[in-house]
Ligand binder design. Structure first.
Ligand SMILES: CC(=O)[C@@H](O)[C@H](O)COP(=O)(O)O
Ligand SMILES: NCC(=O)COP(=O)(O)O
Length: 247
């Protein structure tokens, strides 16, 4: 019997920077959080350089790239500035996300199907500097198939609707959509990651989906770290992910 592949944990450190930016101080340092996360077993570090710079700044990304030991997953909107910045930094992974300035957090997935030529060009530019590109999309077959057509090797399924579900029935329906999305992505030969809004009480059913490669988790982890410390918060999340049994 073949053993199920271990689900990886990408730790998103954006909201360490949110706290720093709230006061314009030098602390808390997201780079320190990244190093602690790596020591505690994070498989990668995710940062989102938002257009409005509400949390992560260019300097964080530059310093991080020099000191981190695992893999950087750089989240960005598809703009000329971000493409040029990513070409300079050459992150191991780049995740293309939709972005609006007014949103509280990323709402919905990237419309790949509606702009295939533009996304394909971005994927090509980033692949040329050695970055593996993933597309942050809803678990919608149309978007998953379009992601394959534009040449992205990976997708990240947006789990926000699952996380925000108001009833167990709604959560189960969203989970089923994610399961089907993972199965379709895997059948097309895509690497399938997932994330957004995952926390200590809702992560296990997603971690248990066969075929999931990596979960990117930030807000809940940074929040829990306030009470137990960053390393312990990462360890606890890793334990939940690794202990999640298929259901
Ligand atoms: C793209 C995404 O899902 C989120 O990573 C985001 O990076 C978290 O930061 P925000 O809370 O600013 O959306
Ligand atoms: N791409 C999702 C991510 O990096 C983390 O999202 P969240 O856990 O902060 O909601």
């Amino acid at each position: 019997m073949t053993e199920a592949k271990r689900v990886l944990l990408g730790v998103n450190i954006d909201h360490v920077a949110t706290l720093r930016q709230a006061r314009g101080t030098r602390y808390p340092d997201p780079v320190k959080a990244a190093l602690d996360a790596e020591e505690a077993g994070a498989d990668g570090i995710t940062v989102h350089l938002r257009e409005d710079r509400r949390h992560i700044q260019e300097r964080d990304v530059r310093v991080l790239k020099e000191v981190m030991q695992t893999r950087m997953n750089f989240e960005m909107g598809v703009t000329d500035f971000m493409l040029a910045f990513a070409e300079e930094i050459r992150p191991e992974h780049v995740c293309l996300v939709p972005e609006t300035r007014q949103e509280l957090t990323t709402e919905g997935g990237l419309d790949v199907a509606g702009q295939e030529a533009r996304i394909a060009a971005a994927v090509q530019r980033l692949a040329a500097v050695g970055s593996e590109v993933s597309l942050f999309i809803d678990a919608d077959p149309r978007q998953i198939e379009a992601s394959k057509r534009v040449g992205a090797p990976a997708i990240e399924l947006h789990t926000g609707r699952y996380a925000d579900a108001h009833t167990p029935q709604e959560a189960e329906a969203e989970l089923q959509r994610i399961r089907e999305g993972v199965a379709l992505g895997v059948s097309l030969g895509l690497i399938v990651n997932a994330g957004h809004g995952l926390h200590y009480h809702n992560v296990e059913p997603v971690a248990a989906i066969p075929g999931i490669n990596e979960l990117n988790i930030g807000h809940a982890l940074v929040s829990h770290a306030l009470f137990v410390g960053f390393k312990e918060a990462v360890r606890e999340m890793k334990q939940l992910i690794q202990g999640a049994a298929p259901r």
